[in-house]
Design a protein. Structure first.
Length: 291
């Protein structure tokens, strides 16, 4: 992270923590409040929005089908999440003498939202990536613990509690509907091999011969190099979907930028030759491993 964004983060944390010093507090209270904000608000919000990037880039990478769309669909829970972090800031930093009812109910809504994210996360995130769920899990535990204590010490009454839980249901349903829509809009086939496709645009005498085949519902023209990398990706995706998904997501960001810089036949020829060792290695791996 660059120095300027990092300094901005610390500045925001300190600004949000200033109210903790209003009752004759000093630097100790300021730092303590900033750390509370980071742990109970900053990191949960960061992971909540950042994890949208885990959405698969095509239907074949969605192991759990439409439920994998929850990476994006959970954004429908944003009103509950913002209510919860507002309650956490009020309770942990502002610290009113009498806890408002909306704070207790906000923690309850936060426990519901974070618990749902953590539970579905354990289902759709590969076991090898479960450490990424540590933040959603401790967020669910924290908000659940706070909600339990406040409901016991400052009960809002059955009406507001039922209203909060019932009012949360449309957001929960919306997150699942959005998840299904996000999955349905994913392409049926993996994105094109940007770099290798660019390399196949060189002089036909060098990069050919070509064959025409149907891929992704349309006719595609491919050379041996492109066919080899397609086969390698299919084998990788079938054998190790988690690592393939991570690599594919990175490649989908870097690939187009590289391909744009290799326009023109001579550059494509050079890229084709540079990819030759990787092509030979991929072909050897495909021959050495069973289908």
């Amino acid at each position: 992270m660059e120095i300027v964004p990092l300094a901005a983060v610390f500045a925001v944390l300190l600004l949000l923590a200033i109210p903790a010093t209003r009752k004759d507090g000093g630097a100790k209270e300021l730092v303590g409040a900033a750390l509370k904000i980071l742990a109970t608000i900053g990191l949960p919000l960061f992971f909540f929005f950042l994890s949208v990037g885990l959405l698969p880039d095509w239907k074949g990478a969605a192991i759990w089908g439409w439920l994998d769309g929850f990476h994006l669909g959970k954004l429908a829970l944003t009103p509950l999440v913002l209510w919860a972090v507002a309650a956490a800031w009020t309770h942990e930093v502002w610290q009113p003498e009498l806890t408002p009812r909306w704070v207790t109910l906000g923690y309850t809504a936060g426990a519901l939202a974070s618990g749902m994210c953590a539970a579905i996360g354990f289902l759709i995130v590969p076991v090898s990536s479960w450490p990424l769920l540590s933040v959603p899990v401790y967020t669910a535990v924290y908000y659940g613990w706070r909600a339990t204590r406040l409901l016991r010490d400052h009960p809002p009454g059955p009406g507001p509690l039922i209203g909060t839980l019932g009012g949360s249901l449309p957001f929960v349903a919306g997150s699942l509907l959005w998840a299904h829509q996000a999955w349905s809009e994913l392409p049926d086939d993996p994105p094109s091999c940007f770099v290798v496709t660019a390399a196949s645009a060189g002089h036909p005498a060098l990069v050919g011969p070509f064959v025409t085949l149907e891929r992704g519902g349309r006719q595609r023209r491919a050379n041996r190099q492109l066919l080899t990398f397609w086969a390698l990706e299919a084998r990788w995706q079938a054998r190790a979907p988690a690592s393939h998904r991570a690599a594919r997501r990175l490649y989908s960001r870097l690939g187009p930028a590289i391909a744009r810089r290799m326009q023109g036949r001579w550059r494509a020829d050079l890229l084709y030759l540079l990819l030759k060792p990787a092509e030979w290695g991929a072909a050897a791996f495909l021959r050495a491993t069973p289908r």
